[in-house]
Design a binder for this molecule. Sequence first.
Ligand SMILES: NC(=O)c1ccc[n+]([C@@H]2O[C@H](COP(=O)([O-])OP(=O)(O)OC[C@H]3O[C@@H](n4cnc5c(N)ncnc54)[C@H](O)[C@@H]3O)[C@@H](O)[C@H]2O)c1
Ligand SMILES: [Zn+2]
Length: 392
Amino acid sequence: MPHVDLQLSDRSYRVAIEPGALRRVGSIAREHAPSPRCAVLVDDAVAGTHGATAIDALRAAGFEPLVHELRASEKEKSLEATTGAYRAMLAAGLDRKCPVIAVGGGIVGDVAGFVAATYLRGVPFIQIPTTLLAMVDASVGGKTGVNFPLPGSPGEPDVGAAADAALGKNLIGAFWQPRAVVIDPETLRTLPERHLRCGLAECVKHGILRDASLFDFIDANAAAILALEQQVLTTLIERSVAIKARIVEADEREAGVRALLNLGHTFAHAIEPIVELDLHHGEAVAIGMVAAARCALHAGSIDAGDVDRIARLLASLQLPTRLPKPVDAHGLLRAMTYDKKTEGGRFRLILPEMIGRARIAEDVPANLIVHAWRDAGASADDTASSVETSGG
Ligand SMILES: NC(=O)c1ccc[n+]([C@@H]2O[C@H](COP(=O)([O-])OP(=O)(O)OC[C@H]3O[C@@H](n4cnc5c(N)ncnc54)[C@H](O)[C@@H]3O)[C@@H](O)[C@H]2O)c1
Ligand SMILES: [Zn+2]
């Protein structure tokens, strides 16, 4: 079976990737948990389909699963959701040997992971991601958590990082590595295409960061990927997970190089919460990666040809590369200043240097960012100098 192994000393694990892998979940879980019971925390959108297949496989392997449904919404990615799961698990008498098994997208994976990290001080955790984003990103690397609104956050801001802070994205959480990740690309057949494309944005991100040949592979196979051709999807996921795995191995707790995975995300966080733009995370990341590439271009640190290739590949995957509506560039810059500005109006950003390589830039001047936002279709009629003293 195609797989990627994460080497994290006593927290090492295998990510198995194969069409039909869902039916092997029982035997994989058995290898990691001798318990007769388990908790399946399942996204209610897939409970009757992929959830049911996983539960059948677990029963066939001798497990008696407690099934608890969760709703995949950022509002319900909360301590209330974890409390509901703890209650159900305590009522069922699940002990420390019982694994928690997440079936769903990144929201359910993050909530279930935090439940696994905290229930009786931690129980074995198994991820069965059913969105492309969760397969290539959220299920691998051990970050778990829920949202928690900041006390006294400034009113109800509706823009940028301030809005994320008001929602308190992922503020409460834990690093808790799964014992196994089981990826069945067949489960993507039911995923709405818009979510599929959002996951593809993160795959392209991995290619830009670290692997020009992954970028080329996506470029050469865009149509087959969108058509969910299973062999191509399997290769795409395996290669994309491998990039994340190598970065997590090098920096499990995000003290350094793991920050590279934020390519495009500081830009994305400024536009994602703007309701009128109606952007999903991966779409905002696509626009953000092009903006980061343009920023690097204005800084003279990447070739124009590479910037064009990035924009063209994203467009061929039907992802946006420009803002769908004009927004004030200086407002976007202020949204980015919320937590990312360093001294003197300079920003810490991940910038691509070429396809296959990126760096952490500590000192990006504000005017380059405004320039990149204007390239992306933002409006700005004065110079950036006024911005350097505002916001933050
Ligand atoms: N832990 C990490 O390292 C990490 C990394 C990236 C993102 N995340 C988190 O992941 C979340 C986003 O994850 P996501 O993009 O998977 O979103 P999601 O979990 O909201 O899933 C997207 C939608 O697809 C539905 N769905 C899931 N699988 C399906 C399937 N096979 N068929 C039909 N519908 C399906 C869900 O119910 C939901 O409506 C965010 O909360 C983000 O913070 C975590
Ligand atoms: Zn992302």
